[in-house]
Design a protein. Structure first.
Lengths: 629, 609
C-alpha cells in the first residue's frame, strides 16, 4: 500500500483534509454562534445543507450526472436522444408536455437508485455504450407547463424535476428562440444553480434565429457566468447519425466536451468546484442577513455610546459644579498633604499648627458633608468607603444617593433605558440581564458611582501629591524655611547685640517687653506672609487640575460599565461575524488550490450574486449527495 | 337591465372605489394589483358610457409572432418585428379613421401614457413604462369602430410587459390568441387565456410557425388541449406556416381550421359587434364582481383590515396608560399670581404696609430652617416633573412593546416604526424641548386665576382681605395624573379632557376641585373659612389642570399622536360613506348580473330543448 502512495495521492489527501477542515470550521462556527436571528438562520441553513456539504467521498469514482433543464418543446429529449445516438426518450411535437417522467440513461453497471424516485416517476434505460461509461444522462420534465395550483390533473412533473436536479453535477440548459427568456424557466435555473455547473445550448438551430447575444445578456442579469453557448440542432444530429452521416461540428464539439472533457478528465474537478460553489453560495447567503443585521447592531452601539456620553456629560457637569462650590475643602487637603511631606522646620511647625486648627474645622465640615463628593474633597476615601459600605447594604437607597450626587435622576435612566430598548429590538439583540440589575438600572449606576468615586479620590490624591511634590519639594522647603527664618534670626541677632554689646558693654537699657511683643507680632505676620505665598504657589491652578480630572473621568472607560450587557452582546455578535470571515478565507484558499472550471466552457452561478438578496436566500432543494456512495 | 342606469351605477361604483382606494392607500393599505381593477377601470368605465366600439388585441408569449400577425392585420409594418424575445414593450393601437374625433383617447385607454405613432420602432423603444403607441388607420380599410391592438408578451422576464399586456387585454372584446407548438400548453399562456375566457371575450386562435401541411392534424390536437386547458371556445381558428420571408413581407398564409373561417381580417369585419360587446362587458363585470378575487374580495379585505385596526385601537386604549404622581407645586406659584392680580386693586397705604411686611416676611423666611428660594423650588419642581415624565414615557413604550409583541400582523406593522430606537430618541428630545419651552405659569393660567378671583370677590367681598394675609402660608396639593389612550367607554367614568382635540391620547385628571387641598393645614391658611379654602384649592387645581394638559399634549405629540392616526383612519374606513356605497352598488350589480345569467341559462335551455 505504502509504496503506491504517490505524490498525486498525497495532494489529493491534503485537499480532502482541507475540505474536512472547512466543513468542521463552518459547523463549529454555526454551533457556537451567540443567540442572534441571523446566526440562527445561518445555523438552520448549514444544518439543512449539511448532507451535501459533508462529502468525504468527494473523489469517489462515481459517474458524472448530467441533467437537462429547459422549457417544454425546447428539445431536451431530442438532444438527449441525439447524444445517445438512438431514440430512447420520447421526443416530438404531438403534445405538450412530452416528457412526464425522468428518463435515465446509464451504464448497466450503475445503480441509479440514489435518485430516490419511485418507479412511476422514473424510466431507466441501461445502455452499454462508451458515452455512458463515465456519465449518467437524465432527461427531465419541463418546468413551465405545470400549473402550480392544478398540477395538470395530479401529475407533478415539476416535482419530479425538482427531485432530480439536486443530484446533477452538470445541468444542460436548453433554450429556443421562443423560450430563452421564459421567466419560469429562468427562475428554476437560478434556483438550482448553486453548487453545479451549467452548459447552455440554443437548440432548433436549423429553423430559429441566433439569439445567443441576447441570451447571454439575460443569463448575465440572472447572475450566471456564461463562458460559452452552444447552438445546435438535435433532430438534425440524430437524423444524421441514423443515416450514418457525420454530425455537425458544433454538435460533435458538444458531445466531445461532455464525453471526454467533462465525464472522464474533469470529473473530479467539476465535483470539487460544485462543492466549493455550494460553499460559496452558502457563505454568501449567510453573509447577507448578517451584514444587514450588523448595520442595526452598529446603530445600537452608536446609541449606547451616545446615551453613555449624555450621562457622562451630566455627571461631569455635576462634579465640576461641586468642585466650584467647595474650594475650601480641597485647599485644606493640599495643606494636610504639605504638612505630611515636610516634617520638621519652623515654617513647617507653624503650618502644622495651622493645619491642626484646620483639621478641627474640617472634621466639623466632614460631619456636615452631605454628599460623597464633599466628603472626598474634604477627607478622602476612608470616609467615603464608610458611606460606600452603607450603600452596598441597601442598594435601592444607595442608588438614590448616588443618583442625586452624580447629577442623574431616575428620569435620565428611564430615558436611556427606553431608547436603548428600542435599538435593542431593532438589532434583535437580547442580552441576558447581568447580576447588577440590567443596563441603565439604578443598581448598575450605583456600582458605577462607587467606582467613579474611588477613582475620583485616587486622582485627586494624585493631583495633590504631585502638586506638593513639584511645587513644594525639598529645595522649596529650605528656601521658604530660610525666608521664614530670616526675620526671627535677625531679631535674635538684634536682641543678642542689645544684650551683650549695647547693654553689657555700653550700658544702654535693655529692649523692653513691648519690643518682644512687637517682635512676636511681626514674626507672626511675616510667617503668615511667607505661608500665604507658599499656599498661593501651591493652590494656583489647582482648580483647573481638578476640572481636568473630572473631564478625564467623565470620558474614562469607567463609565463603560453603564450599559455593559448590551455592549457585551454587541461585541459577541461582532466577534462571531468576524469569525465567519476566517471561514471565508479558508474557502478562498481551497478555491485557489482546486482551480476553476472556466476553461471547460462551463457556466455557473457567479460568486457575487447581483440578483439580490431575496433570490440568493432561496434554499436549493435538499439533497443527499452523500447517499450516492 | 336598463343600460343607462346600469352604466351610471358602474361609473358610480368605480368612483367610490377609486376614492376608497386613495383613502386606504393614504392610510397605508395600498390596493393589490388585481384583475378587477383592470376590468373596472380599463374596460367597464371607459366603455360603458361611450359610443360602442370593438377592441381586438393580439396576445401571446414572447417571440410567438404577435407583431407579425398584427402587421398582417393592419396591412403595413406598424409594430416592429424583432428576432429577439420580449422586444415589444408598448402596446400599439391602430384606430379606425375619425376615431379620435368621436372618442377621447385618454378615456378609452385610461392609465396609459399615450404617444402618437411615428415609426414601427416605437413599440420596441425604451420609454415610459405605461406608454401606448397609437395611430389612425392610414389606408381607411379598417372597419369603423374596430380598434386593433398589439400587446407585449406575457411570459418573458420583464414583468412590466406582463402588466401592460394584462391591463390592455382586459380592455379588449376580442382576443387573437397566438399559439405555437412549443408554447400552446405553457402554464403562463394557459392562465392568461383562461382569464380572457372567463370574462367572455371572443377569441380567434392562430397557431403560428407550423410545418404545413404535416402538422395539420397536430394542430387540431393542440387546439383541443388549449380549449380544455383554458376554457376558450375559439370563434375561428387558423394555422400559419413557418415562412420567414413571407412574414417579413407581410403576406402570411392563414389556413382556416374551423368551418366558415376565411381570413382573420375578413372574419373580424363580419363579427356581430353588438353581441360580442355586450357579452364581453358582462363578462368583465362578472369577473370584476367575482366573490373570491373581485371587488367583493377587496371590500372584505378592507373590512377585515378595518376590524383589525379597531381591535388594535381598543387594545391600545386598554393597555397604554400611565399614572404620574405630579410633584408638590412650587409654593409661590399661586401666591405670586394672586399678588399680581391684587396689585392694581390696592391703595397706596395698603401697598406700603404690605410691602414692608412682605420684605420682612421674606427676610425672616430666608433664615428659617427648611425654607427654599422660589427659583430653587421651581427648579426642583421641573426636575421632578421631568423625571416623572421620563418614567411615564418608559412605561408607555413598554406597554406599546407588549401590544406589539402579541398584536396582529397589521398592528405590528403599524407599531413597528413607533417603537423603533430612532423614534424613541426623537421623542425624548422633543419632550425635553417642549418642557424647556413651556413656562410654569402660562397666560391662560393667569386668565383662569383672574376670573376665579373676580368671581370670588363678587361673592365674598370681605374675604379678600383674609386671603391677602392667608397667603403667607401656602397650601400643598399633590394630585395624580393619568395619561392614557382612553376609548369612548372610559370618558364617562371621570373628569377627562382631550389633549389637542385628538381622539387618542387623552388624560384622566383626578384632581376634583377642592380636594387638591390636602396638606394645607398649617399656618394662617388653615384658619381660612370654607369658601376661601375652596378658592385656593381651585387655584391649585387650575394650575395642575394647565400642567396636565400640557404634559398630556407633549406625551401625545412625542410618542403616539400622528402615528396612531393611520390606525384610526383605517379603523374608520369600514364605515366611510364610500365604502357603504361601493358595497351597496357591488351587491346590486351582482344580484342583477345573477338574474341575467339565469335568464340566459333558461333561454339556452329552451333553445336546447
Amino acid at each position: 500500500m505504502a509504496e503506491r502512495f504517490t505524490k498525486a495521492d498525497w495532494e489529493r489527501e491534503h485537499l480532502l483534509a482541507g475540505f474536512d477542515r472547512l466543513h468542521d470550521r463552518l459547523l463549529a462556527w454555526a454551533r457556537s454562534a451567540p443567540a442572534w436571528p441571523p446566526f440562527d438562520e445561518a445555523r438552520g441553513l448549514v444544518g439543512r445543507l449539511d448532507a451535501r456539504l459533508r462529502v468525504p467521498e468527494i473523489d469517489l469514482d462515481r459517474a458524472l450526472v448530467v441533467g437537462f433543464l429547459g422549457g417544454s418543446g425546447t428539445g431536451k429529449s431530442t438532444l438527449f436522444n441525439a447524444l445517445l445516438g438512438r431514440k430512447v426518450s420520447r421526443a416530438g411535437k404531438e403534445f405538450r408536455p412530452m416528457t412526464r417522467r425522468a428518463v435515465v440513461a446509464c451504464h448497466p453497471d450503475v445503480d441509479p437508485a440514489f435518485l430516490g424516485l419511485g418507479d412511476g416517476e422514473l424510466e431507466i434505460h441501461r445502455l452499454n455504450i462508451p458515452l455512458l461509461e463515465q456519465m449518467i444522462l437524465i432527461d427531465c420534465p419541463d418546468p413551465d407547463t405545470q400549473d402550480p395550483e392544478d398540477g395538470q390533473g395530479g401529475e407533478r412533473h415539476l416535482d419530479i424535476l425538482r427531485a432530480v436536479l439536486p443530484h446533477c453535477d452538470v445541468m444542460v440548459h436548453t433554450v429556443t428562440s421562443q423560450k430563452y427568456k421564459s421567466h419560469v424557466v429562468g427562475q428554476e435555473l437560478r434556483r438550482n444553480a448553486p453548487g453545479r455547473q451549467i452548459l447552455f445550448v440554443q437548440t432548433h438551430a436549423d429553423v430559429d434565429h441566433d439569439n445567443r447575444p441576447d441570451l447571454r445578456r439575460y443569463l448575465d442579469a440572472l447572475g450566471l457566468r456564461v463562458p460559452e453557448i452552444f447552438r445546435l440542432d438535435g433532430a438534425d444530429a440524430l437524423a444524421k447519425q441514423d443515416r450514418g452521416e457525420p454530425v455537425d461540428a458544433e454538435f460533435a464539439k458538444f458531445r466531445d466536451l461532455l464525453e471526454h472533457e467533462l465525464a472522464s478528465r474533469a470529473r473530479h474537478r467539476i465535483r470539487r468546484a460544485n462543492l466549493l460553489g455550494l460553499y460559496g453560495w452558502l457563505l454568501g447567503a449567510i453573509r447577507g442577513p448578517i451584514d444587514s443585521g450588523l448595520e442595526s447592531v452598529a446603530k445600537l452601539e452608536e446609541a449606547t455610546a451616545r446615551e453613555r456620553a449624555r450621562l457622562a456629560a451630566r455627571i461631569a457637569a455635576k462634579m465640576s459644579e461641586r468642585i466650584d462650590s467647595n474650594r475650601r475643602l480641597w485647599r485644606s487637603r493640599v495643606l494636610r498633604q504639605l504638612n505630611q511631606t515636610w516634617g520638621a522646620g519652623p515654617l513647617a511647625a507653624l503650618i502644622g499648627t495651622w493645619s491642626a486648627a484646620g483639621s478641627l474645622i474640617r472634621s466639623m465640615i466632614l460631619l456636615r458633608a452631605r454628599t460623597p463628593t464633599q466628603a472626598i474633597l474634604a477627607g478622602g476615601w476612608t470616609a467615603v468607603s464608610l458611606v460606600g459600605e452603607k450603600w452596598r447594604e441597601s442598594r435601592a437607597a444607595a442608588a438614590l444617593t448616588a443618583e442625586a450626587d452624580l447629577g442623574l435622576t431616575e428620569g435620565d435612566l428611564a430615558h436611556a433605558r427606553t431608547v436603548l430598548q428600542g435599538y435593542l429590538n431593532e438589532a434583535r439583540v437580547h442580552p441576558a440581564a447581568g447580576d447588577d440589575g440590567g443596563d441603565f438600572s439604578a443598581e448598575q449606576l450605583a456600582t458605577v458611582a462607587v467606582e467613579v468615586y474611588r477613582r475620583l479620590d485616587a486622582e485627586i490624591n494624585e493631583v495633590v501629591e504631585r502638586r506638593v511634590a513639584r511645587r513644594a519639594g525639598r529645595a522649596t522647603h529650605w528656601a521658604f524655611e530660610i525666608a521664614f527664618a530670616l526675620l526671627p534670626a535677625w531679631l535674635v541677632l538684634h536682641m543678642a547685640k542689645n544684650f551683650f554689646y549695647d547693654h553689657m558693654i555700653q550700658g544702654r537699657p535693655l529692649l523692653g517687653l513691648d519690643f518682644a511683643l512687637q517682635a512676636a507680632f511681626w514674626c507672626i505676620l511675616w510667617g503668615a506672609a511667607v505661608g500665604g505665598l507658599l499656599l498661593h504657589r501651591l493652590n494656583r491652578g489647582l482648580h483647573q487640575d481638578l476640572k481636568a480630572v473630572v473631564e478625564r473621568l467623565a470620558h474614562a472607560p469607567l463609565l463603560d460599565a453603564l450599559c455593559r450587557d448590551a455592549s457585551e452582546a454587541c461585541a459577541a455578535v461582532r466577534a462571531h461575524a468576524e469569525a465567519l470571515a476566517s471561514v471565508e478565507r479558508d474557502l478562498a484558499d481551497l478555491e485557489r488550490r482546486v482551480g476553476g472550471v472556466l476553461d471547460l466552457g462551463l457556466g455557473a452561478l457567479r460568486s457575487e450574486a447581483p440578483a439580490g438578496r431575496a433570490a440568493s436566500m432561496e434554499v436549493p432543494p435538499h439533497a443527499g449527495l452523500a447517499s450516492s456512495s | 337591465m336598463d343600460y343607462s342606469t346600469w352604466s351610471r351605477r358602474v361609473v358610480d361604483l368605480a368612483a367610490a372605489l377609486a376614492r376608497l382606494e386613495a383613502e386606504a392607500e393614504a392610510a397605508g393599505h395600498p390596493a393589490p394589483a388585481a384583475g378587477w381593477r383592470a376590468n373596472l377601470y380599463q374596460k367597464l368605465v371607459p366603455q360603458a358610457s361611450d359610443a360602442p366600439y370593438l377592441i381586438v388585441a393580439v396576445a401571446g408569449g414572447a417571440n410567438m409572432g404577435k407583431s407579425t400577425v398584427f402587421n398582417h392585420l393592419v396591412g403595413f409594418p406598424a409594430s416592429r418585428v424583432h428576432h429577439n424575445a420580449a422586444e415589444t414593450k408598448h402596446p400599439v393601437a391602430l384606430l379606425p379613421r375619425g376615431f379620435t374625433d368621436r372618442h377621447d383617447l385618454a378615456k378609452v385607454f385610461p392609465g396609459f401614457a399615450l404617444q402618437p405613432w411615428t415609426s414601427e420602432d416605437d413599440a420596441v423603444a425604451e420609454g415610459h413604462p405605461d406608454g401606448l403607441v397609437w395611430r389612425e388607420d392610414p389606408s381607411g380599410a379598417q372597419p369603423p369602430n374596430l380598434v386593433l391592438l398589439d400587446t407585449p408578451d406575457v411570459d418573458a422576464a420583464l414583468p412590466n410587459n406582463w402588466k401592460l399586456a394584462e391591463s390592455i387585454t382586459h380592455a379588449a372584446d376580442v382576443v387573437i390568441a397566438l399559439l405555437t407548438q412549443q408554447k400552446y400548453n405553457d402554464e403562463k399562456i394557459r392562465r392568461f387565456f383562461r382569464i380572457a375566457a372567463e370574462s367572455d371575450k371572443g377569441v380567434l386562435a392562430v397557431v403560428n410557425m407550423i410545418d404545413w401541411p404535416e402538422d395539420r392534424d397536430h394542430c387540431r390536437g393542440w387546439l383541443e388541449t388549449f380549449r380544455k386547458g383554458t376554457g376558450v371556445e375559439p370563434l375561428h381558428a387558423y394555422a400559419v406556416p413557418r415562412d420567414r420571408a413571407a412574414a417579413r413581407e407581410g403576406r402570411l398564409n392563414f389556413h382556416p381550421l374551423t368551418p366558415g373561417a376565411t381570413d382573420p381580417r375578413a372574419d373580424l369585419a363580419d363579427l356581430h359587434f353588438g353581441d360580442i360587446k355586450v357579452r364581453s362587458l358582462r363578462g368583465a363585470l362578472r369577473q370584476a364582481l367575482d366573490p373570491d378575487e373581485g371587488i367583493p374580495a377587496y371590500l372584505r379585505d378592507l373590512e377585515s383590515r378595518a376590524d383589525d385596526n379597531r381591535r388594535a385601537r381598543a387594545v391600545i386604549h386598554q393597555k397604554v396608560q400611565v399614572k404620574i404622581d405630579l410633584p408638590r407645586p412650587p409654593a409661590h406659584i399661586v401666591g405670586d399670581e394672586i399678588w399680581r392680580w391684587l396689585e392694581p386693586r390696592r391703595t397706596w397705604f395698603d401697598r406700603k404696609v404690605h410691602g414692608a411686611y412682605g420684605a420682612l416676611g421674606r427676610a425672616v423666611s430666608k433664615w428659617l430652617p427648611g425654607s427654599v428660594e422660589p427659583a430653587e423650588d421651581e427648579a426642583r419642581f421641573l426636575a421632578e416633573e421631568k423625571t416623572q415624565l421620563s418614567r411615564a414615557l418608559e412605561t408607555i413604550y413598554n406597554d406599546l412593546e407588549a401590544v406589539h409583541r402579541v398584536g396582529a400582523p397589521s398592528l405590528r406593522q403599524e407599531l413597528q416604526p413607533l417603537i423603533a430606537g430612532d423614534q424613541r430618541r426623537r421623542a425624548f428630545e422633543e419632550l425635553q424641548r417642549r418642557l424647556d419651552a413651556a413656562p410654569l405659569a402660562t397666560e391662560s393660567y393667569r386668565r383662569v386665576i383672574a376670573k376665579r378671583l373676580e368671581s370670588f370677590e363678587a361673592e365674598h367681598p370681605k374675604m379678600m382681605r383674609a386671603i391677602e394675609w392667608g397667603l403667607v402660608a401656602t397650601a400643598i396639593a399633590r394630585p395624580a395624573l393619568t395619561i392614557g389612550m382612553f376609548g369612548a367607554a372610559d370618558i364617562a367614568s371621570g373628569p377627562l379632557f382631550q389633549a389637542g382635540g385628538h381622539a387618542i391620547g387623552q388624560v384622566f385628571f383626578d384632581v376634583a376641585a377642592g380636594s387638591a387641598l390636602t396638606a394645607g393645614g398649617e399656618g394662617a391658611f388653615a384658619r381660612l373659612s370654607g369658601p376661601a379654602r375652596a378658592l385656593i384649592g381651585d387655584l391649585f387645581a387650575a394650575f395642575y389642570r394647565e400642567r396636565a394638559e400640557l404634559l398630556a399634549q407633549v406625551v401625545d405629540d412625542c410618542v403616539v399622536g400622528r402615528h396612531l392616526d393611520r390606525i384610526e383612519r383605517l379603523a374608520d374606513l369600514g364605515e366611510s360613506p364610500d365604502f357603504q356605497s361601493a358595497y351597496r352598488l357591488a351587491a346590486e350589480l351582482s344580484r342583477e348580473l345573477a338574474a341575467l345569467d339565469e335568464e340566459a341559462d333558461v333561454a339556452a335551455a329552451a333553445r336546447g330543448g
